[in-house]
Design a protein around this ligand. Structure first.
Ligand code: PRP
Ligand code: URA
Length: 207
C-alpha cells in the first residue's frame, strides 16, 4: 500500500479538534498547523543527508545537512492551511502552487492554476492537500507534477478515504501518502465520512 499512517498521539489529538464541528476557524487553523508539522516530520524522516563539520564555540562537531532540494506544493486552496507549518520546518524549501477545484455536483477536479519551481527532476516534492476523497484532485496534481519533471513525490494529507488511497495506488503507485487516518467511506456527495467537512471552508470561515 502506498500509505504511511502517522499514529502519533499529538497528531490524533489535533485531528480530533479538526473533526469537531464546534471548532472555530482560528483553532482549526492552529490544529491544522500542528498536525501538518507532525506529518511532515514523518514524511521527511528518511531524506538523505550529507556529513560535514561545524566549528562550535568548544570544538569541531560532525554535522549533517539535508542533501536534497525540497519542494513543497500546496494544492489550492485548502493546502495553503498546511504550508506555513511545513515552511517553519524546512525554511529553505522552494514552493510551487497548483490550483484545483472540485465541481460541487460531479466532484471532478479541474485545474485553474499551476506555477512550479524549475528542476523538479532533482527535487523531493512534498505535495500537501488535506483531503484525499475520491483522489481525483491528488491524482491530477501528481500528474501535473510529473509532467513538469518531478520523479520523487510524497503526498501529505490530513484525512484520507479508502477510495482516494486506492485511486493513488492505481494511477501513481510510486507515490506514498502520509496521513494520520483513513476514514470509513465517501457519502453520495463524495465527502469523507466521518471526515471533518469541507476543509477549505472550515479553514477560512466560508461555510
Ligand atoms: C478539496 C480538498 C482536495 C479535494 C479532495 O478541495 O482540498 O483538494 O477537495 O477531493 P477529491 O479527492 O475528491 O478530489 P476543493 O476542490 O473543495 O477546493 P478548495 O480547496 O478550494 O476548497
Ligand atoms: N473536500 C473536503 O474538503 N472534504 C471532503 O470530505 C472531501 C473533499
Amino acid at each position: 500500500m502506498p500509505l504511511h499512517i502517522v499514529a502519533h498521539p499529538l497528531a490524533q489529538e489535533a485531528l480530533a479538534l479538526l473533526r469537531d464541528r464546534q471548532t472555530p476557524p482560528e483553532r482549526f487553523r492552529r490544529a491544522a498547523s500542528r498536525l501538518s508539522v507532525l506529518l511532515a516530520v514523518e514524511a521527511t524522516r528518511d531524506l538523505p543527508t550529507c556529513e560535514h563539520t561545524v566549528q562550535s564555540p568548544l570544538g569541531v562537531a560532525v554535522a549533517h545537512r539535508l542533501a536534497v532540494d525540497l519542494v513543497i506544493v500546496p494544492v489550492l486552496r485548502a493546502g495553503l492551511g498546511m504550508l506555513d507549518a511545513l515552511l517553519a520546518l524546512v525554511p529553505q524549501a522552494r514552493v510551487g502552487h497548483i490550483g484545483l477545484q472540485r465541481d460541487e455536483a460531479t466532484a471532478i477536479a479541474s485545474q485553474y492554476y499551476a506555477r512550479l519551481p524549475s528542476g523538479l527532476a532533482r527535487s523531493q516534492v512534498l505535495m500537501i492537500d488535506p483531503m484525499l476523497a475520491t483522489g481525483g484532485s491528488a491524482s491530477a496534481a501528481v500528474g501535473i507534477l510529473k509532467a513538469a519533471g518531478a520523479r520523487d513525490i510524497r503526498i501529505i494529507c490530513i484525512v484520507a478515504a479508502p477510495e482516494g488511497v486506492a485511486a493513488i495506488e492505481r494511477a501513481h503507485p510510486d507515490v506514498v501518502v502520509y496521513a494520520p487516518v483513513v476514514d470509513s467511506h465517501l457519502n453520495a456527495q463524495k465527502f469523507i465520512v466521518p471526515g471533518l467537512g469541507d476543509f477549505g471552508d472550515r479553514l477560512y470561515g466560508t461555510v
